[in-house]
Design a protein around this ligand. Structure first.
Ligand code: DC
Length: 222
């Protein structure tokens, strides 16, 4: 594994948190507002999960998942392929396999430490950015919200995308996903000790972004 060092003057913002907590929307808007590069690391795990399913494999089987992770070509996936509930479930399953995480580590670190287009830094969102990928990130934010709020948001999002939705099923899937993401032995979803925890249960996207921007401004002015 290549060791990366933070280049002075570059900023790394690590955004971790629960599914449907609003972290993706917030991280993307933050990157745009601060003119930083943005990486949605969940899309890497989703792409691996979808590749396994397309090949007729089993996302829980190490060999199938690691093979897909090692030959990952993100240009083969559209955003629609990756946003489905099936992709999310498969992603969460392959994400528990150490060989999959190892195969995706280098790409994420390089992105963070050598952001594309020579940007002044990068925002990465995921589950283990502040703990494993970039433990030395300048800013760490852990985004969460109540289960009910997250289920409601996910249902709205799926309906808006034209998908048929059974509410109870979305809730069950969310509970299963939380348990898998937090309970796995390798790089479990957990707030870094030095992360700021942002609860978005009662906030809209604009308020979430404003709070995150204010936190970053305070943190970087120290
Ligand atoms: O953020 P998301 O819902 O697109 O992520 C899909 C799954 O991928 C999530 O359930 C867990 C996994 N994941 C991970 O384990 N580590 C990351 N850094 C990002 C996502």
């Amino acid at each position: 594994m290549t060791a990366y060092q933070k280049t002075s003057g570059k900023v790394i913002v690590a955004v971790d948190g629960h599914a449907a907590s609003g972290k993706g929307t917030m991280a993307r808007s933050l990157a745009e507002a601060l003119n930083l590069a943005y990486l949605d690391t969940g899309s890497l795990y989703r792409a691996v999960g979808v590749a396994v399913l397309r090949a007729g494999g089993d996302p829980a089987r190490d060999a199938d998942a690691v093979r897909a992770a090692e030959s990952l070509d993100l240009t083969k996936f559209s955003r629609d392929d990756l946003r489905s509930e099936a992709a999310g479930g498969a992603a969460s399953t392959v994400a528990a396999i150490p060989g999959v995480r190892a195969a995706l580590l280098e790409f994420q670190r390089r992105f963070a430490y050598q952001p594309p287009q020579n940007k002044a830094g990068a925002v990465l969102d995921g589950r283990d950015i502040g703990t494993v990928i970039c433990p030395d990130a300048d800013v760490k934010i852990f985004v969460t919200a109540s289960l009910e709020a997250r289920v409601e948001r996910r249902i709205k999002e799926l309906r808006a995308g034209g998908q048929a939705v059974i509410d109870a099923r979305v809730r069950d899937d969310m509970i299963a996903r939380d348990a898998r993401d937090s309970g796995r032995s390798v790089a479990p979803m957990v707030a870094a000790a030095d992360a700021w925890v942002l609860d978005t249960t009662t906030l809209d996207a604009g308020q979430v972004l404003a709070q995150a921007k204010a936190f970053i401004a305070r943190k970087l002015s120290r």
